[in-house]
Design a binder for this molecule. Structure first.
Ligand code: RET
Length: 277
């Protein structure tokens, strides 16, 4: 009993209390609107995408559908974590002072970005090894990006992690811009066209994320280190998310929803007659 009492005594005082700066951040209308608008948008997107995929039967089209529906679904959790303050913190950076960081973004990108790459890689008809390569380096990019945001010892150390993360990003871009387009050349014309559009959208928008990091409140703080700077940075990420997640997923699923023959398993594995040739 004594043991139990002392255990309860140790655990009971622990409660989830938000730091004053986090509470101040969440009561900033500019910042909280950058989160709540996205929760609504991603909620609507998830429902819409489930509806669009209700009749899909081909396993390969289903795989792309499931991966893509997961993108806004992960995003809802991500933005709820931020809006509730659970994944927002305050870092005291040596030589710079206190900054509010929305570190949950970097954490949840670890789950959402592989889904984007999985859908794109399968669409291109790429080999699983290449898809795995892109995903592994993408996860490394996100985790080291998280390290950059949470590093407090020195500003230069944050930029060091930024560079490491960018090196991993370069591998992802290589697969996306060099390897997958070659694989997509083997596919039907309509797939090639869609792949080209999604590849361009992805490459351009994804490059925007490190740029926002570099100029935003985590990096050079061009919009200031105060709450407005944090809010403007958050809005920039949210706008990139609208394109990189919503527009990407919508374009892909609109194409896939009537299960074009070119996207189905049969087209990928080769037609049954080709073996007899
Ligand atoms: C960070 C900072 C460190 C350097 C690099 C970054 C790249 C981030 C990217 C994020 C893409 C996110 C997407 C999310 C959708 O759910 C971590 C900002 C290179 C490319 C598309």
């Amino acid at each position: 009993m004594n043991v139990l009492n002392s255990l309860v005594g140790t655990v009971a005082p622990v409660s989830l209390q938000l730091e004053p700066s986090v509470r101040e951040a969440l009561s900033n209308p500019l910042l909280s609107s950058s989160l709540w608008i996205m929760i609504v948008l991603m909620g609507v997107a998830t429902l819409l995408f489930v509806y669009m995929g209700r009749n899909v039967g081909d396993p390969r089209v289903q795989l792309m559908f499931i991966a893509t529906i997961g993108i806004p679904a992960v995003s809802i959790s991500s933005y709820l974590g931020l809006a509730s303050g659970l994944t927002i913190g305050v870092v005291e950076i040596s030589g710079r002072g206190e900054t509010v960081t929305l570190w949950g973004r970097y954490l949840t990108w670890t789950f959402s970005t592989p889904l984007i790459l999985l859908a794109l890689g399968v669409l291109a008809g790429s080999h699983p090894t290449k898809i795995a390569t892109a995903i592994v380096f993408d996860v490394l990019m996100c985790v080291t990006g998280l390290a950059a945001a949470l590093t407090t010892q020195a500003v230069w150390l944050r930029w060091f992690w930024f560079l490491i993360s960018s090196a991993f990003f370069a591998v992802v871009l290589y697969v996306l811009l060099i390897e997958w387009p070659q694989d997509a050349l083997e596919r039907e014309r309509d797939i090639q066209g869609l792949f080209g559009t999604l590849r361009n959208l992805t490459a351009v928008l994804w490059v925007g994320y490190p740029l926002v990091w570099a100029i935003g409140s985590e990096g050079l703080a061009l919009f200031g280190t105060g709450m407005t700077g944090v809010a403007v940075t958050s809005w920039l990420y949210s706008l990139l998310d609208v394109g990189a997640k919503f527009a990407f997923a919508f374009l892909l699923l609109r194409f896939l929803s009537d299960e074009p023959a070119s996207a189905q398993s049969q087209a990928y594995l080769g037609s049954p007659t080709s073996a007899d040739d």
